[in-house]
Design a protein around this ligand. Structure first.
Ligand SMILES: [Zn+2]
Ligand SMILES: [Zn+2]
Length: 417
């Protein structure tokens, strides 16, 4: 009887424990079949978000930070993940107690990704920011797109967890006794010495030596590896927009990683790649939210009217230009087509609270004159012009009031003689 009661109590306690711990997958916001890469990226995002340094005085954030690190540790290890999928939290707990698994400090885990002892703090050394310029076509600025690029990022060596040692052994340097510096005496004059502090040659100033270097990083504790970054170009993002990835620059055990800053720069369109639909839009010129275009008209069109043009915009929709018969377009005239410019970018992204507004499209007309005509046509035009010139002709030269002869030259001409 007593035993049964105890067992029930134990069972209740166990049930409560299971209820308290949140599902690891749910916690990281990933699905059960998430890849290793997805698990890693979810951890990186959430651990940064809930880091206690970023949420001072918020105990829930701290709990989340610990929970996220626990979830990552279980799911990133294939064996533990299998156990978790089958037996849940309790299984993982038993596995850890039974079989030589090290419980990591959540800050240690954090520093494995971002370096610098796991804390953001200002007193901490911080790595340099890295700026990358990314060429984006006008089409992608207009329609929005997610693009990926690769760069060689310095990462903390996973083989040795950033110790640089194959077997985990790191000794204090014999030469400097761990200080990283040595005092050298320099003789200034006979009997006169100066003491100079120098960086220790034996350990390079680190105060530690590694007897068996890690074969992957060669004792450097870091390795450079191609890293893929995915950038979302929002519709209408300005040319030169900066996307900041906090603490995603080069990582090192010695400092907190700086930021990776990606600048979106408009590039010349690659006509093969960026214009599969052969739209006119790739040749639009952009200034802020407005677009500019030059359209060519023949003499007949400019003068007599009765013409249309279908401009294909950057997303393939058609902008129709045209004039009725009798509507003249002067060369160099600029027409404003309202709402056919770039989408206006909002700081808060696309939202149900606003509809996308657009800038304007400015179309400037140039007129080309034919330099060759069939002789019959030339005669017809000539005759027509002659007829109307005699009847109602305007003499632009006479009307301008300009003198027929040069005015100034005479006095000077005498002087020269
Ligand atoms: Zn040393
Ligand atoms: Zn290594």
């Amino acid at each position: 009887m007593w035993l049964r009661a105890a067992a029930l109590l134990l069972l209740l306690a166990f049930a409560q424990l299971v209820l308290c711990a949140e599902d690891y997958y749910k916690l990281l916001g990933i699905s059960k079949d998430a890849t290793e890469k997805q698990i890693k990226s979810a951890y990186k995002q959430l651990s940064k978000k809930y880091h206690p340094d970023k949420n001072p005085g918020d105990p829930t954030a701290q709990d989340k930070f610990v929970a996220v690190s626990e979830a990552y540790e279980a799911l990133s290890d294939p064996e533990l993940r299998r156990v978790y999928d089958q037996y849940g939290h309790e299984g993982v707990k038993q596995q850890k107690q039974g079989g030589g698994f090290q419980q990591h400090d959540p800050f240690d885990l954090f520093s494995r990704f971002f370096g610098g002892g796991g804390h953001f703090g200002h007193q901490q050394r911080r790595g340099q920011n890295i700026e990358i310029k990314l060429g984006i076509s006008l089409r992608d600025f207009y329609n929005g797109k997610t693009v990926e690029f690769q760069w060689d990022k310095q990462q903390i060596c996973e083989e040795c967890d950033g110790t640089g040692s194959e077997d985990g052994r790191v000794d204090t340097c014999d030469v400097c006794r761990g200080h990283g510096v040595v005092i050298q005496k320099q003789m200034l004059a006979p009997g006169m010495y100066q003491q100079v502090q120098m960086q220790c040659h034996a350990c390079g100033g680190r105060g530690k030596t590694i007897p068996h270097k890690c074969p992957v990083c060669g004792g450097n504790r870091v390795v450079r590896k191609p890293t893929t970054v995915s950038v979302t170009v929002e519709r209408g993002a300005p040319n030169g927009a900066r996307v900041v990835y906090e603490n995603e620059a080069d990582a090192s055990p010695d400092y907190t990683a700086g930021d990776l800053i990606v600048t979106l720069t408009q590039k010349e369109p690659d006509l093969e790649q960026d214009n599969p639909d052969r739209v006119d839009g790739v040749f639009f010129r952009r200034r802020g939210d407005d677009l500019f275009w030059t359209e060519v008209l023949s003499v007949r069109e400019a003068w007599m009217g009765d013409w249309t043009r279908n401009l294909t915009h950057l997303d393939g929709h058609v902008v129709r230009l045209g004039r009725k018969r009798g509507e003249v377009v002067q060369p160099g005239h600029t027409e404003t087509v309202k709402g056919e410019g770039m989408p206006k970018w909002h700081e808060n992204g696309d939202s149900v609270y606003h509809t996308t507004e657009f800038g304007d499209l400015y179309v400037t007309y140039t007129v080309v004159l034919p330099d060759q005509m069939e002789s019959g046509m030339e005669k017809d035009f000539w005759a027509t012009f002659e007829k109307w010139r005699k009847k109602k002709g305007v003499d632009l030269h006479a009307d301008s009031g300009r003198p027929d002869k040069p005015v100034v030259a005479e006095d000077h001409a005498h002087e020269e003689l």
